[in-house]
Design a protein around this ligand. Structure first.
Ligand code: GLV
Length: 321
């Protein structure tokens, strides 16, 4: 039987599905495998179901000479050297489509939490500082009537725009290529250049893939173009924002707040973030609702079965750039 490795714990139905087709080496005890141990595990694998935190590079590929497919359990795939895989004839797949609404919900949550100081308010209450309710307590920013600037306007960005319409927000977006007029009309969204988006938005939200071209597209200069009463939300990937520059802007209050689900070098993050009240921090959980994570795990497994068991084309092929 073909050997498939699953690097992190997944739901039981995914293991059952894989076991119907393959000899599965799973990690249901969810031990954080060291690199050496992981590389040993994959030595005779033809397929690997990876988590977004597994680095698939030349070293990884060298350790798995029989490998035919890497099925990433995420829509993003910046953890995978797709070029290196392609050179060795290894197929890469991801899980698009099943997490759009869930991530859009989370983006809204993070935006509201940052604008309305929910994390800071909770810390204040829990530490026993709340003595009375008064008019100027924990003043935040309105969402209703605010301008939302989306950098990136794919499926998730559009799902966020749909929600923004319900909140009475004005929606701007910036992408390299414009979406169709009918999508713009349906979502009440206007395409603008990056400086205009930064200058006019009350909330700048990042929802685009990480790549060389998107490294630090929000840095000191871009942050300085944002309004002093604006909020930056990053639910995309670490590295799109220059975290040092963001920490400086938050400390100096040249922007109002940030909501972050992703960080440069995560799971490590700059400890300076932890000292700031005006940032809401979460550990990359944008797609973490149970139904969505179940759907993602099954989507990755279906790609393994399509390629290795059914000799079909993968359902969600990632092509090298
Ligand atoms: C999560 O960040 C994903 O890419 O699915």
């Amino acid at each position: 039987m073909r050997k498939v490795v699953v690097t992190r714990e997944v739901f039981k139905e995914t293991i059952d599905f894989l076991e119907a087709h393959f000899d599965v080496l799973s990690n249901q005890e969810d031990r954080l495998l060291g690199r050496e141990e992981l590389l040993c595990r994959i030595s005779d694998a033809e397929g690997i179901q990876t988590a977004g935190s597994d680095q698939v590079d030349d070293e990884f590929l060298d350790a798995a000479p029989k490998l035919r497919i890497v099925a990433n359990t995420a829509v993003g795939y910046n953890n995978i050297d797709v070029q290196a895989c392609s050179q060795r004839g290894v197929i890469v797949t991801n899980t698009p489509g099943v997490l759009d609404e869930c991530v859009a919900d989370y983006a809204f949550g993070l935006m509201i939490a940052a604008c309305r100081r929910i994390g800071e308010s909770e810390r204040y209450l829990r530490s026993g500082q709340w003595k009375a309710m008064y008019l100027k307590q924990m003043l935040g920013l309105d969402i209703n009537g605010a301008t939302l600037g989306l950098v990136g306007f794919g499926r998730i960005g559009q799902a966020i725009a749909k929600r923004a319409n319900g909140f009475g927000m004005r929606v701007l977006y910036h992408t390299r290529s414009r979406v169709s007029e009918s999508v713009e009309r349906n979502l009440n969204a206007a395409h603008v250049n990056k400086p205009q988006l930064l200058q006019e938005s009350d909330v700048v939200m990042l929802i685009l893939p990480y790549a060389k071209e998107t490294h630090h597209i929000i840095g000191e200069q871009e942050l300085s173009q944002m309004k002093s009463k604006s909020v930056l939300v990053n639910i995309a990937r670490g590295g799109i924002v220059d975290d040092r520059a963001l920490i400086k802007a938050l400390k100096e209050k040249t922007i109002f707040a940030a909501g972050l689900d992703v960080y440069e070098g995560e799971p490590q993050l700059d400890p300076e973030f932890l000292k700031l009240e005006n940032v809401v921090l979460s550990p990359h959980i944008g797609s973490a609702s149970e139904p969505t994570r179940r759907a993602m795990a099954m989507a990755a497994a279906r790609n393994l079965v399509a390629v290795l068991a059914n000799s079909e084309k993968p359902i969600n092929l990632v092509r090298p750039n």
